[in-house]
Design a protein around this ligand. Structure first.
Ligand code: ZN
Ligand code: ZN
Length: 294
């Protein structure tokens, strides 16, 4: 145990987001700040998934060769590296890039793709990744998801993170949130963007959606503000738009549509007293009726 103010049960509970009120008040004796732990433990870190443990194998190749078993803590996506060997936890083979599977070979540190069967290897992480906390890791994974599904106007609600390669996805997402914004713009200004000819807030909507869902301050949000200030909408919007599906929550919080507007255009919302935030509605008719002002 690296720290003497937290016992193993408390540590496990805080990692698994299952701290009890009693555990919170015990921790509170050391740090008054943990008043907020109860709130933190129930807080959702990611707009994409609800649980922060992956269901597929992820290992430290050195540990597994030494001990022959898989540690529970490797499932938690907040842990990017092995705390003993300082190398990244891997879920794909470094050589053949196949996703690791549950198999007896894995317990010997061998790639589970039978065509490969190499001895698994992992590298130390770069400094920037090493310092990331769970909130930041979730931000990076979300950025990577949006970049690889750029024209999705709503996101899936997954139970578990399902990145193919968690380390690469985190690292790519980290670069995307800190990088030159051009990479994003190119993607949305491309002819392949089905919403290319719409007003700015609809054309770049997935970017606003991402900025709205990030939990930390990244260069990305700042650059998005600059883009908004310097871009004007086309004077005529695309009129053959038949589908533009968003959740009721993003329609209201990001696109500024009123409850009344949503109900009047969406048959699904009509009979509901409270509009469920994840209800998907097609706002194409609203977009077509919107006069372009900027
Ligand atoms: Zn290890
Ligand atoms: Zn392999």
């Amino acid at each position: 145990m690296p720290l003497d103010w937290i016992n193993e049960a408390q540590l496990k509970a805080s990692i698994n987001n299952t701290l009890s009120i009693k555990q919170v008040s015990a921790l509170n004796e050391f740090f008054p700040v943990t008043h907020s732990l109860k709130y933190l433990s129930s807080r959702r870190h990611s707009a994409l998934f609800q649980n922060y443990h992956i269901e597929t194998p992820r290992v430290c190749p050195i540990c597994i060769r030494d001990t022959g078993y898989i540690k529970e803590e490797w499932r938690y996506i907040g842990n990017l590296k092995c705390s003993i060997h300082d190398v990244g936890l891997i879920d794909v083979c470094h050589l053949c890039n196949h996703k690791l599977e549950w198999s007896i070979n894995l317990l010997e540190g061998i790639c589970t793709n039978e065509m490969c069967s190499c001895s698994l290897k992992s590298e130390p992480l770069n400094n920037a990744l090493e310092c990331l906390f769970i909130d930041e890791i979730c931000d990076c994974l979300l950025a990577d998801f949006v970049y690889s599904h750029p024209y999705n106007t709503y996101w899936p609600n997954l139970s578990h993170p399902n990145s193919e390669n968690l380390l690469t996805a985190t690292s790519k997402g980290y670069d995307l949130l800190n990088c030159d914004f051009k990479r994003w713009i190119e993607l949305y200004d491309a002819q392949s963007n089905p919403f290319n000819a719409l007003a700015v807030k609809f054309k770049y909507f997935p970017l606003y959606h991402l900025a709205h869902s990030l939990q930390n301050e990244w260069l990305f949000s700042e650059q998005l503000k600059k883009l908004t200030a310097s871009t004007s909408s086309p004077t005529k919007q695309l009129f053959n738009l038949s589908s533009y599906v968003v959740t009721a929550e993003s329609a209201m919080t990001i696109l500024g549509l009123s409850k009344h507007e949503i109900i009047s255009y969406s048959p699904e919302a009509k009979n509901k007293k409270v509009i469920p935030s994840r209800l998907r509605i097609n706002i194409a008719p609203i977009i077509k009726a919107t006069k372009v002002t900027k």
